[in-house]
Design a protein. Structure first.
Length: 748
């Protein structure tokens, strides 16, 4: 049986050593103490102890180990392919289901590709980076060949009705992956799809390189604030929006220069949109957006657009009122708007600064908050483990083990064999938290190894990396986080929880299923549609923002005093300020993303079937100018109260249009679902175990094995999910925030 519901009072005592739950004399837990100190390389006195290799993988003691891993993966894949093709002719009583073989094949490839992709980005050694990149290319080439292997496709297609609903869904997902390469098409169309995919990859690379391009102005310019920008050679460069500058002239200049139209980048974007659309239509879809949304929570472009249209209609009057308030602060210009959202007005209205808040949010305190929430809701505890020699890529990485509490385990589970020899172990989280030279700046979650049932009944535990860029601690002060960084930490921990808890359990007894439902790594944890994968992470942000939770872990790193009530109130109020215009901006981005990918506008200046930059048909002189800006202007008119700034094209700097085409809506939709879940399960008690059990069983443990809408309906007790359900949920949460932001403390 699981533990009884845990209340706030129960949770105070593990964090305190005082009387009656007073926290003023609280000491750090082992977890908090560990994260308030930066890990460092340790000198081992056991000179016979050999390095275990990155992530405990022996071949990765040296960079050349990636070649060995790749060779082993190819050998295993060959055996699995032979089993797949041979299985089709065997009696059903003597074979594994095809979907089980395909999942093992997928896992074999992912264990090399996912690991190599992370090392390629994050390892400080150039030798490891290069070896990992070579492995990525080799595995990518192998995947391309497998995706065009017609006998494999035929074997899978003939078996999609095997097994139960989960088996069939996973088989259909594998089949969908095949068909995105055009394997079911005739030779001419299949070759065209393959060519389109290559062109998409090439233009994505060019777009990403373009994002790094800086605009220059001459050093003898008469602009009075020219020293606000960095100098490169004979020019001063504008490499960002400078939205944190206190000078409006600097912000306006940066906005107009950095976002100025750029013909080459416009051509690249149009080419990308063209090839995406052509590839999708060849594969049988009306548009690229329809292709992307096929297995998502939205399901169709119609559903996503209805959600966005309904949200836009509700937000518009609220946003107009907020912009009216901004007028008094001279913030109602495009180059000022994001500044208003990011802090200047908040500081003025709330008398709040990062310096007053961050001492209460040391990294150790925040990790105690994460631990408190995870233990209360899901019965999970985290333990900092000593890494083995050679296991880490950087000495400042923490290794966390996530374990199930003992009284939450069923007797049958205790008798079960786990690959790691620990039947309580849920998986490992490697916390690469600190900024360092050459490290990518984006905060994200990497799956190194997905969880799945093994053929012998054992369980392969997941391994993930949380990749952050927190400031390094000093000798006298731990790392202190701003409210935004606290949100990021809880968000990424939500992804990690999704990965660790991706195991099916009985809906009646809350025990793990031993044999009745095979687990597939292809749909484990975050391996599901983006709009569903962002729900658990967004849900975790609610706990980081709920004052009832924050007061339990936010305490001064020196005195260990809890955050003062007045300061906590100001923090809560600042989070609610201009919440409508924040959402409205996201609606604008999302609608533009959908419009560019909905197939309604032909990018006719690109001749079908080719995009040779030497071809005179693609002369910049004869091409229409900045067509995507026309779309932006039209969308902005309908979804954003501020006017378009002439001679700008910010969509050419908008990274999500390139890497996440037609998916930007997912962040709003996941916020709507998370708001519904929090309202239903945690409105009265944010640390409700019964609420956590429901979320764990009906959402986190399922990964992508069920239809996303059905999972959300199961959680919320709905028969069907409509766009209006999601719109109403988000608007209800917004109105609660707006009611706070109009209180007297704001002097409105």
């Amino acid at each position: 049986m699981r533990s009884p519901n845990v209340t706030f009072r129960h949770l105070l005592f593990p964090l305190t050593s005082g009387v009656c739950g007073r926290r003023s004399v609280a000491t750090w837990t082992p977890l908090g103490a560990a994260f308030n100190v930066k890990p460092a390389a340790k000198i081992s006195l056991n000179f016979r102890r050999e390095p275990v290799g990155l992530f405990g993988i022996p071949p990765l003691r040296i960079p050349e180990g990636f070649h060995l891993m790749r060779e082993y993966a190819v050998h295993c894949c060959d055996d699995l392919i032979q089993e797949t093709l041979g299985t089709a002719a065997q009696p059903s009583s003597k074979k594994r289901m095809q979907v089980q073989i395909f999942d093992e094949l997928s896992d074999t490839l992912c264990q090399v590709a996912d690991l190599a992709e992370f090392i390629r980005l994050a390892h400080p050694s150039q030798r490891y980076k290069q070896a990992a990149e070579n492995a990525c290319l080799d595995i990518g080439g192998l995947v391309e060949r497998l995706n065009t292997n017609r006998p494999l496709y035929d074997a899978l297609k003939g078996s999609v009705n095997e097994g139960d609903a989960v088996d069939q869904r996973v088989a259909e997902l594998f089949l969908f992956d095949f068909e995105q390469s055009g394997i079911h098409l005739d030779d001419q169309k299949r070759k065209k799809v393959y060519s389109d995919q290559r062109n998409i990859g090439d233009y994505l690379t060019q777009q990403q390189m373009g994002l790094l391009f800086c605009k220059g102005i001459l050093t003898h310019s008469s602009f009075r604030y020219i020293r606000s920008f960095s100098k490169r050679g004979s020019k001063v460069t504008v490499s960002s929006l400078h939205s944190d500058s206190p000078l409006e002239d600097v912000r306006e200049t940066a906005y107009r220069l950095y976002l100025a139209p750029w013909e080459e980048q416009e051509r690249n974007l149009q080419a990308l949109l063209y090839y995406r659309h052509e590839m999708a239509t060849l594969c049988g879809f009306k548009s690229y957006a329809e292709r992307v949304l096929r297995w998502s929570l939205a399901g169709t472009s119609k559903f996503a657009n209805a959600f966005l249209d309904g949200l836009n209609e509700e937000l518009r009057p609220r946003t107009v009122e907020e912009f009216r308030q901004m007028e008094s602060f001279k913030q109602s210009k495009e180059w000022n708007h994001r500044v208003g959202l990011n802090g200047l007005i908040r500081e003025q209205r709330c008398a709040l600064s990062a310096n007053s808040l961050s001492p209460y949010f040391s990294l150790g305190a925040c990790m105690e908050g994460v631990q408190m929430v995870c233990h209360a809701l899901y019965g999970i505890k985290f333990t900092v483990q000593e890494p083995e020699p050679g296991e880490l890529w950087s000495p400042d990485v923490y290794k966390l083990a996530g374990e199930e509490e003992e009284d939450g385990l069923d007797e049958a589970l205790c008798e079960r064999s786990f690959e790691d020899g620990n039947n309580r172990l849920l998986g490992h989280i490697y916390c690469d938290f600190y900024v360092r030279a050459g490290k990518p700046s984006q905060d994200c979650h990497f799956t190194i190894r997905g969880g799945r049932e093994l053929g012998n009944g054992d369980y392969q535990t997941p391994m993930v990396v949380l990749h952050m860029n927190f400031p390094n601690p000093s000798w006298s002060c731990p790392t202190l986080l701003s409210p935004g960084l606290v949100d990021n930490l809880f968000h990424e921990m939500g992804h990690a929880l999704h990965s660790l808890l991706g195991r099916t359990r009985s809906e009646l007894k809350f025990v793990y299923l031993i044999a009745s439902v095979p687990r597939y790594q292809h749909v484990s944890g975050t391996r599901c549609s983006t709009d569903l994968a962002e729900v658990p992470s967004t849900l975790m942000e609610h706990f980081a923002a709920d004052p009832r939770v924050v007061v339990l872990f936010a305490r001064h790193y020196k005195t260990r005093e809890p955050i003062p009530p007045g300061l906590l109130e100001k923090l809560s109020l600042s989070r609610s300020l201009f919440a409508a215009s924040d959402l409205q901006l996201q609606v604008f981005y999302s609608v533009l993303d959908q419009k560019l990918h909905d197939g309604s506008r032909p990018w006719q200046w690109i001749a079908p079937g080719t995009l040779d930059i030497e071809d005179p048909r693609f002369s910049l002189e004869t091409a229409p100018k900045f067509v995507t800006t026309d779309v932006l202007r039209d969308v902005m008119k309908d979804t954003y109260p501020l006017p378009y700034v002439d001679n700008t094209a910010w969509q050419l700097r908008f990274n999500h249009l390139f890497g996440y085409g037609a998916k930007y809506y997912a962040y709003l939709m996941s916020r709507a679902v998370a708001a519904s879940l929090y309202q239903k399960f945690f409105k009265d008690d944010p640390l409700s175990r019964s609420g956590g059990d429901e979320i764990r069983e009906r959402l986190l443990s399922r990964g992508g094995e069920k239809d996303p809408q059905q999972m959300i309906c199961d959680c919320l007790g709905l028969s069907t999910l409509t766009p209006k359900d999601l719109t109403d949920s988000l608007v209800s949460e917004l109105d609660a925030k707006l009611s706070i932001s109009t209180q007297k403390v704001f002097n409105c």
